[in-house]
Write a protein that binds this ligand. Structure first.
Ligand SMILES: Nc1ncnc2c1ncn2[C@@H]1O[C@H](COP(=O)(O)OP(=O)(O)O)[C@@H](O)[C@H]1O
Ligand SMILES: [Mg+2]
Length: 360
């Protein structure tokens, strides 16, 4: 099992690449294996992870207990926290700064979450929050980590996109960073820039990258490029996109191809960094073919129906041609031509649904 606490920083060159979802899913997988996992929502303005917690707590706007400290307080007080930093409460100068300090930690399924704010809709003043130097950013992240109980096996930092003092500091303080990118040119360029920047800050720190929302079968990366290891690729999964944040999300996620791909990514990372947990690959495609299922998962529900309907019609007509005994004439008319046309229209329907999807 795990023998020391590992801090993993999840970053990206541009926003929306899937960091929060990936972090939550890996945390849940590890939590289910018995590891003690904490995810810290460092993306204090977007706060995707805190929003998950908000839904988990039956849409309660207040996500922390009184006197507990969310991530944004570390930013506001630049890492030197007053005793009470709960919004609306004045700090009590007669107590020592660390006397009542308790970082806000909530249980979310099989792992813990340190939310970014006390209220999910709390407004933050950007000028108050963002560190103005690398030293200040390092002080904030270090103070945050020092105040976290030390029984965790894994701490994930769900970071914001791009590069700034905060990303430089969280990369420096973590054991390693994982850069999540999408499978397009813009994402690739922003990732290359981010990686170059981080490597010029510190050459020896481990850095990994992975592709998410991949829409093609072709592997568009080499396992190691420029000294950076690719952990693999995760397919675009329409079901995941549609259900993220809904109540049914966790019930079905472990049956998805997304989940299986994330498992593979984790296993590659775990072997590389000797993290002590290797997850079992056990999923069998319900459609009998993982490849076919991956293709189907790219299609939206409407296009899936169109595709399956078209395939069914053309398949049915094909069977008619294979198993018919003799040509029947109905009022002197040969129905074969009609059935052939129906079959062709079914085929066109299926091809059309895929074509519509690829045009996006
Ligand atoms: N592999 C995937 N297939 C489909 N949708 C995905 C995938 N990964 C992430 N998403 C979706 O992308 C959106 C952004 O994900 P999120 O984790 O919030 O990104 P980030 O934290 O990088 O901003 C979410 O709606 C999420 O459901
Ligand atoms: Mg996020």
């Amino acid at each position: 099992m795990v023998n020391k606490r590992t801090v993993i920083n999840v970053i990206s060159g541009k926003g929306g690449t899937g960091k929060t979802l990936l972090t939550a899913v890996i945390a849940e997988m590890l939590g289910n294996e018995g590891a003690r996992v904490l995810v810290v929502d460092l993306d204090i303005f977007v706060r995707g992870l805190t929003a998950l917690l908000y839904f988990h707590k039956n849409e309660s706007l207040v996500v922390t207990e009184k006197h507990e400290i969310p991530v944004s307080s570390f930013f506001k007080y630049k890492g030197s926290l007053p005793s009470h930093s709960y919004p609306g409460k004045k700090s009590n100068s007669s107590t020592t700064p660390s006397a009542h300090r308790k970082v806000s930690i909530s249980r979310y399924r099989s792992f813990d979450v340190l939310p970014s704010v006390a209220y999910v809709n709390q407004l933050l003043d950007f000028r108050d929050m963002m560190p103005c130097s690398l030293e200040e950013a390092s002080r904030i992240i270090s103070s945050l980590l020092e105040n976290i109980p030390n029984h965790y096996d894994f701490i994930f930092l769900d970071s914001r996109a791009g590069y700034d003092e905060l990303i430089a500091a969280s990369h420096e303080i973590s054991d390693f960073s994982i850069c999540v990118e999408e499978d397009d040119d813009i994402s690739m360029i922003t990732t290359d820039n981010l990686i170059e920047q981080l490597r010029s800050d510190n050459k020896s720190k481990n850095l990994f990258r992975l592709k998410n929302k991949v829409r093609s079968d072709k592997q568009t990366f080499s396992p190691v490029s420029n000294g950076i290891t690719f952990l693999g690729s995760i397919p675009f999964d329409t079901d995941v996109l549609n259900s993220f944040g809904t109540k049914g999300f966790w019930a079905d996620i472990n049956k998805s191809i997304y989940y299986e791909a994330v498992k593979n990514v984790w296993n590659t990372l775990s072997k590389k960094m000797s993290l002590g947990i290797v997850l079992q690959e056990q999923r069998i495609s319900p459609l009998g073919s993982g490849k076919f299922e991956k293709k189907l998962s790219l299609l939206s529900i409407n296009k899936r129906i169109l595709f399956l309907y078209g395939s069914f019609i053309s398949g049915f007509c094909l069977l008619y041609f294979i198993f018919r005994n003799e040509t029947l004439y109905v009022n002197g008319f040969n129905p074969d031509i009609g059935i052939l046309l129906i079959s062709l229209s079914g085929l066109l329907l299926s091809v059309f649904s895929i074509f519509l999807n690829n045009r996006r």
